[in-house]
Ligand binder design. Structure first.
Ligand SMILES: Cc1ncc(COP(=O)(O)O)c(C=O)c1O
Ligand SMILES: N[C@@H](CCCC[NH3+])C(=O)O
Length: 431
């Protein structure tokens, strides 16, 4: 099995960095997410350098939805990342993590008045998704006597090779303003009180397996940039979103690298802005690439059952990692305490949730598995914990970070008390 550099097999056990995952499972309990801080750094550096090879004025805005743990965001903030925030919650976290407001963009297709107020109060730029939202933001900013800088999210109407649920730039998707309406949007923004258009934004989808659509999106953006500049808008940034995929199946996935991504995007972008004679900053919003492979989910085998199939029943299910159930996503699984044993049996790894679809990994060849074995689900750092739920009244698990010889929890395990405490007794049930 091919492993990323920060994972290795030593003495029959799976290691993350310098840590035996079987010991980590013992020390912190299962289920448990474990992330490697160094890996996040390496991923950031690689992505950033690939783009900066071509152009100095690039700003990475980490897509906070991928993994909103404050410790993860602090690591990225220290590296110089800003953030794409998609809610007031993510905005608060980004600021707490030390990301300056000028490196944040408040995205979202359905913002509340409170969201808009927070953006204005904190001096964060807003990516607008409708004419309605422009009007509302203008009213909010005027009421507060403040100015707010904006971009519009553009729907480039592009097909992308990914799961249909995570293609976001299709003509039919809910995101963005169609290219045919975009000049009217900028005109309206130029006329609106207390609002200044200074940027453009698009994001075509996630887990994209080919760089060609990114090049196409860049082309659409610089073409439109010309028309928007002609209106008199001074573009400070052009944000082309995130979406670069990662190889979840290292045996079969042929994934584009950040260098290939940069090669597809940067010449188009640079030619475009040179032609226009502008010096816009390039903003990109990677999420998955920065954190996806940094993290494993450790889970313990509760029981093994021979039935229609060989089922391995583990203590983590789609309450903690919904990607396999939601997108039929593939995640590699390793029996952490038998990592050097030969795969001899085919197993389906299932969680504890009361749903047939609670399958983490189907039909995998693994060593003979027994109860109390520790399994690691790989590449769980993006859209893992951040999409976790308390379904079946299961408290969410702990998150641990390792760095060199050190390890520490970066989020405590929830307890049933946490769940109970959010509920309130109805007044007519009191007596
Ligand atoms: C607006 C926006 N930007 C960035 C991202 C990050 O995407 P990814 O994690 O695929 O890089 C997303 C998620 O798809 C998004 O919705
Ligand atoms: N949640 C998706 C990615 C969507 C990103 C948000 N637009 C996944 O797990 O692959």
């Amino acid at each position: 099995m091919k492993l990323p550099d920060h994972l290795s097999i030593r003495n029959g056990h799976l290691y993350i960095g310098q840590h035996d995952t079987v010991d980590l499972a013992e020390q912190y309990g299962t289920p448990c997410y474990v992330s490697d801080e160094e890996r996040i750094r390496q991923n950031f550096l690689r992505y950033n350098s690939a783009l900066r090879e071509y152009y100095n004025d690039v700003q990475l805005l980490y897509a906070a939805k991928a993994n909103g743990n404050l410790s993860v965001m602090r690591v990225l903030a220290k590296m110089g990342a800003g953030a794409d925030v998609f809610s007031s919650g993510e905005l608060h976290l980004a600021l707490l993590a030390g990301m300056p407001p000028e490196k944040l963009l408040f995205n979202g297709s359905s913002k509340t008045t409170e969201d808009l107020e927070l953006a204005v109060d904190k001096g964060v730029r807003v990516s607008l998704d409708s004419f309605d939202e422009l009007r509302q933001l203008s009213e909010v900013a005027k009421r507060k006597g403040k100015e707010v800088e904006v971009s519009f999210r553009i729907n480039p109407a592009l097909e992308v090779p990914t799961h249909p649920k995570i293609a976001t730039g299709l003509a039919t998707s809910k995101f963005g303003i169609p290219a045919g309406q975009i000049l009217d949007a900028y005109k309206a923004a130029m006329e609106a009180d207390n609002v200044t258009p200074v940027g453009m934004h698009c994001h075509i989808g996630s887990q994209i397996l080919d760089v060609a659509p990114f090049g196409k999106a860049a082309e659409v953006m610089v073409d439109l940039a010309g028309k928007i500049t002609d209106l008199g808008v001074r573009l400070a940034f052009i944000d082309i979103g995130g979406g670069l995929g990662i190889p979840y199946n290292r045996e079969t996935d042929k994934m584009p690298t950040p260098e290939e991504y940069a090669k597809a995007v940067m010449p188009v972008f640079l030619k475009g802005i040179e032609k226009l004679g502008i010096k816009a900053q390039l903003w990109v919003e990677p999420g998955r690439y920065l954190v996806g492979d940094s993290t494993i989910l450790l889970t313990k085998v509760n029981s093994v059952k021979k039935a229609h199939k060989n089922f391995v029943n583990v203590d983590a299910g789609f309450n903690l990692l919904i990607r396999p159930a939601m997108y039929d996503a593939y995640h590699e699984v390793v029996v952490a305490n038998r990592a050097d044993e030969a795969p001899v049996e085919t197993y389906t790894v299932t969680g504890p949730i009361c749903e047939t679809g609670d399958i983490l990994a189907a039909d995998r060849k693994l060593p003979v598995v027994a109860d109390s074995d520790i399994m690691a689900v790989l590449d769980a750092g993006a859209y893992g914990y951040s999409m976790a739920s308390q379904y079946n009244s299961r408290p969410r698990c702990m998150e641990v970070m390792v760095k060199g010889e050190k390890s520490a929890p970066m989020r405590r395990r929830e307890s049933i008390i946490d769940i109970i405490n959010t509920m309130q007794k109805l007044p007519w049930h009191e007596e």
